[in-house]
Design a protein around this ligand. Structure first.
Ligand code: ADP
Ligand code: MG
Length: 263
């Protein structure tokens, strides 16, 4: 089974990266697409949002330093076809440690390669910390597609240039020549405000080919679900949040030809 690696990276925090990583993964899994979430944020929000407790020694910290393999970190979730490599606070130390290693930008790619080639997963979704540091750069070096979460707010496009520049640099430097901006997902859309609509319109004008049709609404349920350790598809399966992430999952499965049994 071919495996497609997505990273959800950008330097802004609070824009819906983790919410999208977790719920998109759950939506793909619901379509029986074998999906692995890799939590690369030392804050471990994706880990707890999937109902997994942070455990010392259970993260990519060891493997990224050459100790142990990513396989040892695989953790099943309560949902079929959905697995996790958790994070823990120690992972933060890797930002400095990696910088002293040879090929420091390629560490995550080599750590994930055996998993990618294992045939066990059709999609890997990496959730990044809110900074373009060593961890996020490694995820961009390891990924096939960058997914960008943009919050429907004033100045949403600010900072987008920075990440797009990083993508170009990684490509031209030969670090990840085939890295592609897979798409932009607008998050926290508030249908009661004109601002939300204006922001989506503005992004559509500039980046229409990249923008996913599905827009994620702002809902209280989406913000509550992580504290119950459940994706929205399980916490509020028929609400607008679940409906939106399901639609995004369908769109992404179609755009990147992710199918149940691979190929
Ligand atoms: P990031 O990973 O980019 O820092 P999060 O996904 O953690 O962002 O989202 C930031 C905060 O906003 C979290 O408290 C999250 O629960 C909340 N949130 C994210 N998306 C939505 C949404 N569509 N509706 C309501 N709250 C949301
Ligand atoms: Mg996050």
């Amino acid at each position: 089974m071919a495996c497609t690696v997505f990273t959800i990276a950008n330097q802004k925090g609070g824009v819906g990266k983790t919410t999208t990583a977790v719920n998109l993964a759950a939506a793909l899994a619901e379509q029986k697409i074998h999906t692995l979430v890799v939590d690369l944020d030392p804050q471990a929000n994706a880990t707890s949002a999937l109902g997994i407790e942070k455990t010392e020694g259970k993260s990519l910290y060891g493997p990224l330093r050459g100790e142990g393999s990513a396989f040892e970190m695989l953790t099943p979730t309560a949902w079929p076809h959905l697995a996790l490599i958790p994070s823990e606070v120690d992972l933060a130390a890797i930002e400095i440690e990696l910088a002293q290693q040879p090929n420091y930008l390629m560490r995550l790619r080599s750590v994930l390669d055996p998993l990618r080639n294992s045939g066990g997963y059709r999609a890997i979704i990496i959730d990044c910390p809110p900074a373009l540091g060593m961890l996020s750069m490694n995820s961009l070096a390891a990924a096939d597609h960058l997914l960008i979460a943009l919050q429907c707010e004033y100045m949403a496009l600010e900072g987008l240039g920075q990440i797009l520049k990083v993508v170009d640099r990684l490509k031209t430097a030969g670090i990840n020549p085939t890295l592609d901006v897979g798409g932009i997902v607008m998050t926290m859309f508030d249908s009661r405000t004109n601002l939300s609509r204006q922001v989506v319109e503005e992004v559509r004008q500039h980046l229409s080919s990249k923008l996913f049709e599905t827009v994620i609404p702002r809902t209280v349920r989406l913000s509550e679900a992580p504290s119950f350790g459940k994706p929205i598809l399980s916490y509020d399966p028929h609400g607008p949040g679940a409906t939106a992430y399901r639609a995004l999952g369908k769109e992404i499965a179609a755009r990147f030809k992710l199918t149940e049994n691979g190929a």
